[in-house]
Design a protein around this ligand. Structure first.
Ligand code: FAD
Length: 486
């Protein structure tokens, strides 16, 4: 993240903060606020009727790798008024109050919108009844309730169709496979995960996904959902019919902006915010997936958490500003190792003179690696099927450190032999946990002896969990070679 220090604009310290949304961004903002100033009076409204949980790990819950109670987020340490199962229904900016679904009115000095997104339901024939309810057997995948509903349905289903072949769709497909279902992914674009991958990377990923037993239909749009009382299949735009007794929609997200819009705040794709995360009303802020900063609406947790930290600084009188985030995406599905970062699409034909594109493809072994270097720094990368250099690559990308002349170490550790990265060799400033921006040095110096203690001291491993093995390696620095031959 680009986090700047700027002169304080005023010395005023806000006392009553109302946070709308108890998801990943809202809960973190509350925690960061309480850590900085336990005297701030925080009220958080959560439309979901449960304490905050780690949404990113819902894929693990669906796959049966974690239980519901294992994905709870840390409770904030201060005097927080939690209004769970209560939605804010309107904002009166003139009186600086919000009205909630239980009829109560709550005043604020600062209002934080952290309303996130809802799952996009495509306008597909037959998908929902006149009351807007999805046809029985058709589900979105956004909340713990959705996850429970899909898991319950998977118990009696035989054939599933996942509509959408992005990160979420593939994680859902992998999860359903673990329930013993036959699974097919229907994806409109010409290759999987087209936001993160180039066409060749997408083609290698398709082979890897198919090798797991998932059917893939590319360039295929769902035109209709068939079935009377409950779903029997998906009709594709080209007329083909894919049978299914369970359909999971993973077609994208839509920022929840109706509250902001009704309050007269400036909204484009999401609520517009400046570098101080303020909307066009200086008393109203927005963070997470409902915020649009410098034209970007992030759909990942790391930017939401970075914004939460900056906001907490600002609301407790500290000088800070948010300059945008660098995004790193990891697929969390078992047997599918994938990390992608930055812009991975410049193609050799139209490259500028200072753009280098390094590519290695081994489709048979489901390995694809691409590193894009612009003016001597990493500006994009894909690692599929072998994450052995993910650590140094992420660090080089995140810090924009000028690279030495030798580039291959970014693609191959041990040059040619695929070896796991040895945590003992990581520089202290190497970012280990990208969700929480925790460095190897922070893990080494926190005097923890277990992963749980590291999580408590630094928050590493508490996001997507992809850094767990690195953290374990840092706690127990056995050389990689010894570990492999032990
Ligand atoms: C299955 C799954 C896997 C994912 N995997 C990854 C991943 O690997 N890596 C990654 O970076 N990201 C991942 N994401 C995305 C990540 O979860 C989101 O980017 C993150 O949750 C955004 O946080 P948020 O607080 O903005 O929104 P949310 O977490 O959606 O929280 C918003 C909350 O606000 C509540 N709310 C909305 N309106 C109101 C209102 N009016 N009053 C009260 N409450 C309200 C909602 O009910 C919700 O609880 C995944 C998402 C899903 C669903």
């Amino acid at each position: 993240m680009t986090r700047r220090t700027v002169p304080r604009t005023d010395g005023h310290q806000l006392r009553r903060v109302v946070v709308v949304g108890n998801g990943m961004a809202g809960a973190r903002a509350v925690e960061e606020l309480c850590l900085r100033d336990p005297d701030v009076l925080v009220t958080v409204f959560g439309a979901e009727d449960r304490p905050a949980y780690n949404r990113v790990l819902l894929s693990d819950v669906l796959a049966g790798k974690r239980r519901h109670d294992e994905i709870a987020l840390t409770a904030a340490p201060g005097r927080v008024v939690q209004r769970l199962g209560v939605a804010v229904v309107s904002v009166d900016r003139r009186t600086r109050t919000v009205t909630s679904s239980d009829g109560a009115t709550t005043p604020y000095d600062a209002l934080v919108l952290a309303t996130g997104s809802t799952a996009l339901v495509p306008p597909v024939q037959g998908i929902a009844g006149p009351d807007g309810r999805l046809l029985e057997g058709v589900h979105v995948f956004r909340t713990l309730d959705d996850c429970s509903a899909i898991t319950a349905a998977a118990g009696s289903a035989k054939r599933a169709v996942v509509v959408g072949g992005g990160l979420l769709g593939l994680e859902a497909a992998r999860g359903l496979l673990r329930h013993g279902l036959s699974v097919e992914v229907v994806h409109g674009a010409g290759h999987l995960m087209e936001t993160q991958l180039d066409p060749t990377g997408g083609a290698v990923l398709r082979r890897a996904v198919e090798a797991l037993g998932v059917g893939v239909h590319l360039g295929s749009f769902a035109a209709g959902v068939t079935g009377g009382r409950r779903v029997t299949g998906v009709r594709l735009a080209d007329g083909r019919q894919v049978e299914a007794d369970l359909v999971v929609l993973a077609c994208g997200i839509r920022p929840q902006v109706h509250l902001a819009r009704a309050a007269g705040l400036a909204v484009e794709r999401a609520v517009l915010v400046d570098d101080l995360l303020r909307t066009d009303d200086p008393h109203v802020y927005a963070i997470g997936e409902c915020a649009q900063h410098r034209g970007t609406v992030y759909g990942l947790v790391a930017p939401a958490w970075e914004q939460a930290a900056v906001l907490a600084d600002l609301l407790t009188g500290r000088a800070a500003a948010y300059g945008g985030s660098k995004t790193i995406t990891r697929l969390k599905a078992m047997d599918l190792e994938l990390a992608a970062m930055g812009d991975t699409t410049p193609e050799l034909a139209d490259c500028r003179d200072d753009v280098e594109v390094l590519v290695f493809a081994d489709p048979v072994r489901h390995v694809y690696k691409k590193v894009v270097v612009t003016a001597g720094v990493v500006t994009g990368a894909i690692l599929l099927g072998d994450l052995s250099t993910a650590g140094p690559l992420t660090q080089a990308f995140d810090r924009a450190t000028p690279l030495p002349a030798e580039r291959l170490h970014l693609m191959f550790s041990g040059l040619g032999t695929a070896t796991e990265v040895d945590p003992a060799t990581l520089a202290d400033d190497a970012v280990v946990c990208t969700c929480n921006q925790v460095s190897a040095g922070a893990v080494r110096s926190c005097s923890a002896r277990t992963v749980a203690e590291v999580a408590l001291a630094t928050r590493a491993t508490t996001g997507c969990g992809g850094c767990r093995s690195l953290v374990e390696g840092l706690l127990c620095p056995t050389p990689a070679l010894e570990r492999r031959t032990a």
